[in-house]
Design a protein around this ligand. Structure first.
Ligand code: COA
Length: 333
């Protein structure tokens, strides 16, 4: 990481929000041919939360998660300079971050959406830290929120069993550069494999009669599960190692490994490749499934609230997903 650091950055607050509706694997087997045994052994997922309330969207979850983070440190929302909403399922294609800005009363904040699928939160934290390192902003709210239930084909058992809805938020604040806690990052993209995981836009066949212009709509999530699995297990450990090596840390220095919560088998395989003990792997996907950009801040918030993560711990966070995109950020808590 080459950065022109005028000031350091640290995470000072976390919050999260989940929908109230819980759907178990058994319930899934009432509408697709599957079983609790198949889902749990292949993915580690037991249940997921789905946003089913009429009129509710990720904006509502994101607002709830943000307010919890803000209230946890009794911060005045007017002090927030920037809001980054990492999402692939906004309820407005022009972006949802500005609605969150309004609803939480962050009237002085610039707000924008960031789309990098399940890597979105990691990209969001890194983007926030760059604005802070350069002295541009002091307080940045980074939110990861997704409701992929809106984009899943509920008759496709190979994808619908994986995803859940949630939001997580953190506040990143500037500090003296000596106290900087965002120690390093590494980001990668390989668009050659974009088709492995996508929510593609498809044009209708009937063009406009005079303009010859086609309009369309987005399709359901499509995924090549096997290839996504192989990609994650091969690339994520390399990204983590590079990120640690660059700052002369080794896997032995890692206190917590927090990966995007996609599949328990991916978490286990990555930890094994890195020789990191399973006790250091943060996992909550049995309760929520893959919540896309929300999975890391949701798990982080739970780990912080339960005092699993303590001050000065080295937390390695890695996201991966559609794009294909992947990346790591190393944090001293
Ligand atoms: N219930 C029961 N059977 C299912 C099923 C389900 N929900 N989904 C698929 N199957 C069947 C398949 O039809 C296939 O049957 P067949 O052998 O008769 O053709 C069999 O189970 C094996 O399917 P396969 O796709 O080879 O399973 P897998 O071991 O690769 O596991 C995933 C599938 C999706 C769990 C796995 O590939 C995976 O987790 N990949 C990563 C996905 C991911 O994390 N995506 C998000 C990244 S951000």
């Amino acid at each position: 990481m080459k950065s022109y650091m005028i000031q350091g950055a640290k995470i000072i607050a976390t919050g999260s929000a989940i929908p109230s509706l819980k759907v178990s694997n058994e319930q899934m087997s009432s509408f697709v041919e599957t079983s609790d045994e198949w889902i749990f052994t292949r993915t580690g997922i037991k249940e997921r939360r789905l946003l089913t309330e009429s009129g509710k969207s990720i904006t509502d979850l994101a607002v709830e998660a943000s307010i919890k983070a803000i209230n946890s440190i009794a911060m005045d929302p007017k002090k927030i300079d920037l809001i980054i909403l990492a999402t692939s399922s906004p309820n407005d294609l022009f972006g949802s971050a500005s609605k969150i800005q309004n609803e939480i009363g962050a009237i002085n904040a610039v707000a924008f959406d960031l789309t990098a699928a399940c890597s979105g939160f990691v990209v969001g934290i890194i983007t926030a830290s760059q604005f802070i390192f350069t002295g541009t902003y002091k307080n940045v709210l980074v939110i990861g929120a997704d409701a992929l239930s809106k984009w899943v084909d509920w008759s496709d058992r190979s994808t619908c069993i994986l995803f859940g809805d949630a939001a997580g938020a953190v506040i990143v604040q500037s500090c003296n550069s000596v106290s900087n806690s965002i120690l390093n990052f590494h980001l990668s993209t390989d668009g050659n494999y974009a088709d492995y995981l996508s929510i593609a836009y498809k044009e209708n066949l009937e063009p406009h009669p005079t303009l010859n212009l086609c309009q369309g709509s987005f399709k359901y999530i499509s995924m090549n599960g096997k290839e996504v699995y192989k990609f994650a297990v091969s690339q994520v450990p390399l990204s983590i190692l590079k990120c640690l090596n660059d700052i002369n840390l080794s896997v032995k220095d890692v206190d917590w490994l927090l990966l995007h919560q996609a599949n328990e088998r991916i978490l286990t395989a990555v930890a094994e490749k890195l020789s990191i003990s399973s006790h250091k792997v943060i996992s909550n996907l049995s309760k929520y499934g893959n919540t896309s950009a929300a999975s890391i801040p949701l798990a982080l918030n739970e780990a912080v609230q339960s005092n699993q993560v303590s001050r000065n711990d080295i937390v390695v966070i890695a996201g991966f997903g559609a794009g294909l995109t992947w990346g790591t950020v190393v944090i001293r808590w």
